[in-house]
Ligand binder design. Structure first.
Ligand code: ADP
Length: 190
């Protein structure tokens, strides 16, 4: 299985990505998590990424593309992967297409979590209190939602044209959403 999970910041992608990846025995590759690990580790990549992340802006494509390319070339991703947070721009879509083509693979599905805008702001503010993520302040959250609407939402239409988008309602309890996702993906496999 080669899957993407998409949705606005706060849609619950990270939480659901882990469950879906476990279900299909593939690694969940989250660009946000990889960037945050590099920030905590103080690596050069982390130092570079932090400037953008703290402002709610995207890290430059070149940096992100190279990072994903090497991650999905690792042995544990040979049988598939679930990408969370990538691609986020049209240029990244083209790069991913190239990476997949090189391995003669196709994407099986693009899972899109649909959520209500005000609900995600509330969720992110709550997460800010619990996890203290540097990019979870109200101004930065609004900026991240704007950048998502401008740069990333249009990607759904691209994948829609390919007929591989699976939309799932992301509102409700974590378990409920998870059941919806499994039902939708199992339908796909039949
Ligand atoms: P969110 O919960 O806002 O979707 P993520 O944890 O996925 O956040 O990502 C956090 C930040 O990491 C983003 O705001 C961005 O700065 C950076 N980032 C993650 N993935 C990408 C990407 N594919 N391209 C550029 N920047 C990215």
């Amino acid at each position: 299985m080669r899957l993407l999970i998409m949705g606005p910041p706060g849609a619950g992608k990270g939480t659901q990505a882990k469950a879906v990846a476990d279900h299909f025995s593939v690694p969940a590759v989250s660009t946000g998590d990889i960037f945050r690990a590099n920030v905590s580790g103080g690596t050069p990549l982390g130092v570079e990424a932090k400037r953008y992340m703290d402002a709610g802006e995207y890290v430059p494509d070149e940096v992100t593309n190279n990072m994903v390319r090497s991650r999905i070339a690792e042995p544990d991703a040979a049988g598939g992967f679930l990408l969370d947070g990538y691609p986020r721009t049209l240029a990244q879509v083209a790069e991913l297409d190239g990476m997949l083509k090189a391995g003669e693979h196709d994407l099986d599905a693009v899972l899109v979590l649909t959520v209500d805008q005000e609900a995600v702001v509330a969720r992110l503010l709550k997460r800010a209190e619990i996890e203290g993520r540097a990019d979870d302040t109200e101004d930065v959250i609004r900026r991240r939602l704007e950048v998502y609407a401008e740069e990333t939402e249009p990607l759904i239409a691209v994948y829609d044209e390919r007929g591989i988008v699976v939309r799932v309602d992301g509102m409700g309890e974590i378990d409920e959403v998870q059941q919806r996702i499994f039902a939708a993906l199992d339908d796909l496999q039949d």
